[in-house]
Design a binder for this molecule. Structure first.
Ligand SMILES: [Zn+2]
Length: 275
């Protein structure tokens, strides 16, 4: 196992005491909190601001406002680009759902991937999926590490094929949505080295006999790649051209299982197919 599921811990909130004094104090503005974070997404807000969704290492997924971030000269610079790895300072208010982002400093950015259309589409899939699968305010160290590892590999290799396949597979695995890879979900026959089949309507892999129309194949080679993903870190796997079909099949199957479990289509998936 590369990533282990850590128990989801409620993020610690400042000032959560039991006394009435603490409660009245919480109505005031909280002191600034600091976290290492990954920017998941930003949206324009009003004329000058940005709404920012980020995954804080110590806060979980949080939404906040970066005031003035859409102005030409602003204090955030390029730190709010998708999947940027940053140190964030923000203020929580008891009565408001959105935090106020005060400052962001870049720890690591992925300029090459962020500025290339094809590569940034790959990053967009990572941010859309993360935004949807991560519950708010719940720390997820394994997803935090997974997202960073994948963004680094897209940047380093200049190719999203293997990294996205790894990301989608591990997201399914960490979500507890991975079906059995060795037996048919319909008749329990061992799949061996024969192709397996899946679709968006039910979880599980099916054998040739139980296959329904419209199902897509997940060949033995793609299932072997999943085994490698389980045991090896992405940055230690050397990508060879011959792996491309398997990486593609595993990515497609994993994205389908993610959509099945979220009960919605991923917007970025279609864009990916066009790059
Ligand atoms: Zn079967």
């Amino acid at each position: 196992m590369v990533f282990t599921m850590v128990p989801r811990v409620r993020a610690f909130r400042a000032g959560c005491g039991n006394s009435f004094d603490a409660r009245s104090a919480r109505r005031q503005i909280m002191p600034a909190r600091e976290t290492e974070a990954i920017i998941l997404k930003t949206f324009p807000l009003g004329e000058a601001d940005r709404l920012v969704s980020f995954l804080g290492r110590s806060s979980g997924r949080v939404r906040g406002v970066a005031a003035g971030a859409r102005r030409l000269k602003n204090r955030y610079g390029s730190t709010l680009e998708a999947l940027s790895h940053v140190q964030l300072w923000y203020v929580e208010k008891e009565t408001r759902e959105l935090v106020r982002i005060q400052q962001a400093e870049s720890l690591e950015s992925f300029h090459k991937a962020q500025s290339d259309y094809g590569l940034s589409t790959g990053l967009a899939v990572v941010s859309e999926v993360s935004e949807l699968v991560l519950p708010e305010h719940e720390v997820s160290e394994s997803m935090f590490r997974l997202i960073l590892l994948v963004a680094r590999e897209v940047e380093r290799s200049g190719d999203w094929n293997l990294p996205l396949s790894y990301f989608a597979f591990w997201t399914v695995r960490l979500g507890g949505w991975l079906p059995r890879f060795d037996r048919c979900a319909g008749c329990d026959a061992p799949l061996g080295s024969k192709p397996a089949f899946y679709d968006a309507h039910q979880p599980g892999l099916f054998c040739e006999k139980c296959r329904r129309s419209g199902m897509k194949p997940l060949h033995h080679e793609a299932r072997l790649l999943a085994e490698r993903f389980t045991g090896e870190r992405l940055d230690r796997i050397e990508f060879e051209k011959s792996m491309q079909p398997s990486a593609g099949e595993l990515r497609e199957a994993s994205l389908t299982w993610i959509e099945h479990n979220l009960e919605r289509r991923l917007i970025t998936r279609e864009l990916l197919e066009q790059t």
